[in-house]
Ligand binder design. Structure first.
Ligand code: XIL
Length: 345
């Protein structure tokens, strides 16, 4: 039995797929997908810089293969993401005169991008992350180009446009550090605002890039409950567990040249010590116990990667590390916690 037959009775369960995986070139990943998952997200190929690298020149090749891979392997495909300040192409914010784009033009670009992308996959995508990471930890809006040039209305516009392009597709707001009270309250305000305006929103995504010591699981639970109380589904969208210390303010290259780098910031190159592995296993299981308790509110649990070998956390926030954030190890072998999860459900 896999997670698909157990966890999958209550909610969608899946992972992000990197391009090699959604191109069908990672047989070990496909074996895991078929046993354990019923949903997937494209890790990068549906971001705006990939889909529209130049104005009006869309490149759907990798995204098409992702959707086809999902259809072939019985995975509900989730689109990630329509409006995000990061991994957006530079031209998006540049006006025809080389200066900053005008408000009117930026609204047009958002609408064209969303309309073109969402209509292409109409009826084939289960849900879209419409807006990603628009709120700061303290609850204010992120001062992104979208916000600075358009104002908070860019969020309404994006959801509205996505809904018009595919009236049946689910629409989500997605963000990290959702356990913060400021972010929790602001996200609830946003959900209420959209609902009052009659704009469709189906769910809130808690990215859940966790560590061993953060977030505080009680605060995280409060957010999960608060979002459900606003009348939307809760989704765990980018779950992983960073076991390495996070040096703040270090650029990747600087750290790698640092004499102490291996010892200090990449301490587990030869594997996790037993006590750390146990701590990680317990920590992951604590979160799944929480998800199980709230299974009436959670409609999807999505890992941010399949195997530790694929995790973005080997390269972020500093490059060249050996991290252990996921449910399957570098040999694509299930960690003990997978059995625990299957038994729990
Ligand atoms: C990450 C990908 O995993 C990396 O491959 C890429 O280089 C940067 O983006 N929040 C998100 C995801 O919403 O899209 C990010 O994915 C991780 C943080």
């Amino acid at each position: 039995k896999g997670m698909k037959e157990t966890v999958g009775q209550y909610c969608l369960i899946g992972s992000s797929l990197n391009q090699r995986q959604s191109d069908g070139h990672d047989a070990a990943a496909t074996a895991i997908v078929r046993t354990h998952f019923n949903t997937a997200v494209a890790e990068n190929c549906m971001k705006s810089e990939s889909l529209q690298p130049e104005e009006g020149k869309f490149d759907f090749s990798a995204a098409d293969r992702f959707v086809e891979y999902c259809e072939k392997n019985d995975l509900k495909p989730i689109g990630h993401c329509l409006v995000w300040h990061s991994q957006a192409p530079r031209w998006f914010f540049k006006g025809k005169d080389g200066k900053e784009v005008t408000r009117e033009e930026l609204i047009n670009r958002i609408k064209t991008h969303i309309h073109t992308v969402v209509s292409r996959y109409k009826g084939r995508i289960h849900g879209w992350d419409v807006v990603n990471e628009a709120i700061e930890d303290n609850g204010s809006f992120r001062k992104s180009k979208f916000y600075n040039i358009i104002g908070e209305e860019f969020i309404d516009i994006a959801f509205q446009e996505a809904h018009e392009a595919d009236p049946n597709v689910e629409l989500y707001y997605n963000d990290y550090s959702m356990s913060n009270k400021g972010k929790r309250d602001a996200t609830c305000r946003l959900v209420k605002h959209l609902k009052e305006k009659g704009i469709r929103i189906d769910g809130v995504g808690m990215q859940s890039h966790n560590g061993l010591d953060y977030p505080n699981i009680d605060e995280y639970e409060k957010s999960l409950e608060a979002f459900a109380a606003c009348g939307v589904n809760v989704m765990i969208t980018e779950l992983d567990f960073n076991v390495l210390p996070n040096p703040r303010g270090f650029g990747g290259a600087a750290v790698e040249q640092n004499y102490d780098y291996q010892k200090k910031y990449n301490p587990y190159t030869k594997g996790l010590p037993k006590d750390k592995a146990k701590e990680l296993n317990d920590r992951i299981f604590d979160f799944f116990k929480l998800y199980y308790r709230h299974r009436d509110k959670i409609t999807r649990i999505n890992l941010w990667g399949i195997s530790d070998a694929n995790s973005w956390l080997n390269g972020w926030p500093v490059r060249g590390r050996t991290n252990y954030p996921l449910l399957f190890d570098r040999d694509y072998k299930a960690k003990p916690v997978v059995k625990d999860i299957i038994k729990l459900y």
